[in-house]
Design a protein around this ligand. Structure first.
Ligand SMILES: Cc1cc2nc3c(=O)[nH]c(=O)nc-3n(C[C@H](O)[C@H](O)[C@H](O)COP(=O)(O)OP(=O)(O)OC[C@H]3O[C@@H](n4cnc5c(N)ncnc54)[C@H](O)[C@@H]3O)c2cc1C
Length: 395
C-alpha cells in the first residue's frame, strides 16, 4: 500500500477558505523569530495586567491549536474530526497550577474528561501531565532521591504528599480502565522525569495486564531514552505486563540546554537533530518489531518517521489499524500527515487540548516556539496552506 503526504485537498478538506486564510496569517506571523520571542515573553505578563488580550489570542493562536475553553466548546471540533476518520487525544490543558485543592480539582476534571471520552466513538485516549496533579518542587526533590531507594525519601510530609499523588493517578487510571479509555502520561523536564517514569511504570504494572490502559512518553531528543525504552520493555516482560509508549522527539530542548549549561551538568539532549531522528526511528522499529508486547503511539510531525512506521507495518503484514499502533499529530499542525493517514485507514488522532485561555498559555507558547521559523516547522505549514489556497483558487 502506498502513502503520500502531498495531498492538500484531503489535508484541509475540513477547513473553510476563511479558516485557511487565518491560518496563513498566523503562520506568516510566526515566521518572524523576533515576533515570536517578544510574544512568548510578553503574553504571560500582559495576561496579568488585565489588558484585553484574550480576544486577540482567542481568534488567532488559541483557535488554531486549542479545541475550546470547555468540553462543550470542544465537542464540535471532535465531531468534525470524526467525519474524516480522525480520532482525538483529549488534553485538559491545566499547567502550572499548584496547591492540593487544584490537584484534587484537576483529578475530578480528568475523570469527567474520561467519562465524556467514553461516550464518544473517536476519543480513545486522554493525556495527563503529572505536574497537574503534583507539586513541581516535590517532583524535583524525588528526582534527586537516590534511585536505589526507589525515590523513597525520609521526609514524612513529602512521602504523604507523594502518596496522595499516587492515589490521584490510581483513581484516574481505574476510571479509565473501566471505561476503556487509554491514559497517556506526558513527558516533561528531565529534572522531574524520574518520579514520573516510576509512577507510570507502577500504573502500567497494575493496569496493563490484559490490555493497554497506561502509556509512558519517551522523548528521543534525550540521548539516554532509546536504552530506557528497551529497559522498560525488559521490566514489562519480567513483571508480565504490556508496555504502552508514546514516542516523541521532545518539546523542552532550549530549556534543557540552558539549564544544563547554567548548572554545569552534561547536556541531556542529543548533540544534533540527526541523532534525535536516528533514535526516534530506531525506537519506531524496536516497538513495531515487538508489537505483541508494546503498544506504540508514533507522535510526530516528521513525514519520514511516519512513513517509516507505515512501511514497516506493511512490510511485516501488520494491519495499519492494529490495536497496538496509533499515529498522532498536534491539533493545528501537519494536517497533511493526519488526514492522509486517516484516508488509508490508519488509526490516527489529533492531540486536542482544551481549557481556559490563561491555563493553556504555556502550551500555546511552546507551539509558537515550535512553529517559529527558527525551529523550521513554519515553512512546512505555510507551504502546504499556500498550496491548498492556490489549488482552491485555480478550480
Ligand atoms: C501527540 C503528541 C504528543 C506529544 N507529547 C509530548 C510530551 O509528552 N512531551 C514532550 O516533550 N513533547 C511532546 N510532544 C511534542 C513533541 O515533542 C514536538 O511536537 C516534537 O518534538 C516535534 O518533533 P517532530 O517529531 O514533529 O519532528 P521534527 O519537526 O522533525 O523535529 C523537531 C524536533 O527535533 C528535536 N530537535 C530539533 N533540533 C535539534 C537539535 N539541534 N538537536 C537535537 N534535537 C533537535 C526537537 O525535539 C524538536 O522539537 C508531543 C507531540 C505530539 C504530536
Amino acid at each position: 500500500m502506498s502513502l503520500s503526504f502531498d495531498n492538500t485537498e484531503k489535508a484541509f478538506a475540513y477547513k473553510s477558505d476563511k479558516d485557511l486564510k487565518k491560518a496563513k496569517f498566523l503562520f506568516s506571523t510566526m515566521n518572524y523569530p523576533l515576533f515570536v520571542t517578544l510574544g512568548t515573553r510578553l503574553t504571560p505578563f500582559l495576561m496579568k495586567t488585565g489588558l484585553p488580550i484574550n480576544g486577540i489570542l482567542r481568534n488567532t493562536i488559541f483557535k488554531q491549536f486549542v479545541g475550546g475553553e470547555t468540553l462543550q466548546e470542544t465537542a464540535p471540533v471532535v465531531n468534525l474530526l470524526d467525519k474524516y476518520n480522525v480520532k482525538v487525544i483529549l488534553d485538559y490543558g491545566v499547567e502550572g497550577k499548584e496547591g492540593e485543592d487544584n490537584f484534587d480539582k484537576a483529578t475530578e476534571e480528568f475523570v469527567r474528561v474520561i467519562e465524556y471520552a467514553a461516550t464518544q466513538k473517536n476519543i480513545p485516549f486522554i493525556s495527563i501531565k503529572i505536574t497537574g496533579l503534583a507539586r513541581f518542587a516535590l517532583l524535583e526533590t524525588l528526582n534527586e532521591a537516590p534511585r536505589l531507594r526507589s525515590g523513597i525519601h525520609d521526609n514524612e510530609l513529602e512521602n504523604d504528599e507523594w502518596e496522595r499523588v499516587k492515589d490521584r493517578m490510581y483513581h484516574i487510571c481505574e476510571v479509565a480502565a473501566q471505561h476503556n479509555v487509554g491514559v497517556l502520561i506526558d513527558a516533561e523536564e528531565t529534572w522531574i522525569q524520574d518520579p514520573i517514569d516510576r509512577l507510570t511504570m507502577e500504573m502500567m504494572e497494575h493496569f496493563n495486564k490484559e490490555k493497554v490502559v497506561v502509556y509512558n512518553t519517551i522523548q528521543l531528543y534525550r540521548h539516554d531514552r532509546l536504552d530506557f525504552l528497551k529497559l522498560s520493555h525488559r521490566i514489562a516482560k519480567q513483571a508480565n505486563f504490556l508496555l504502552g509508549v508514546k514516542l516523541v522527539r521532545g518539546a523542552y530542548m532550549e530549556k534543557e540546554r540552558e539549564r544544563a549549561a547554567q548548572k554545569r551538568y552534561p547536556d541531556p539532549i542529543q548533540t544534533n537533530k540527526e541523532n534525535t531522528d536516528k533514535d526516534f526511528n530506531e525506537a519506531v522499529k524496536y516497538c513495531i518489531s515487538n508489537i505483541n508486547e508494546i503498544a506504540v503511539i508514533v507522535a510526530s510531525h516528521n513525514e519520514q518517521s511516519n512513513l517509516l512506521a507505515f512501511d514497516l507495518l506493511n512490510k511485516n503484514s501488520i494491519a495499519v489499524n492494529h490495536s497496538h499502533i496509533h499515529f498522532s499529530q498536534l491539533y493545528g499542525m501537519s494536517d497533511n500527515i493526519t488526514f492522509n493517514l486517516a484516508d488509508t485507514n490508519c488509526s490516527v488522532s489529533k492531540y486536542l487540548p482544551f481549557g481556559p485561555i490563561r491555563d493553556v498559555i504555556p502550551y500555546l507558547m511552546r507551539r509558537a516556539q515550535e512553529n517559529s521559523s527558527v525551529a523550521g516547522q513554519t515553512g512546512r505549514e505555510l507551504g502546504l496552506i499556500k498550496k491548498e489556497l492556490a489549488r482552491r483558487k485555480g478550480k
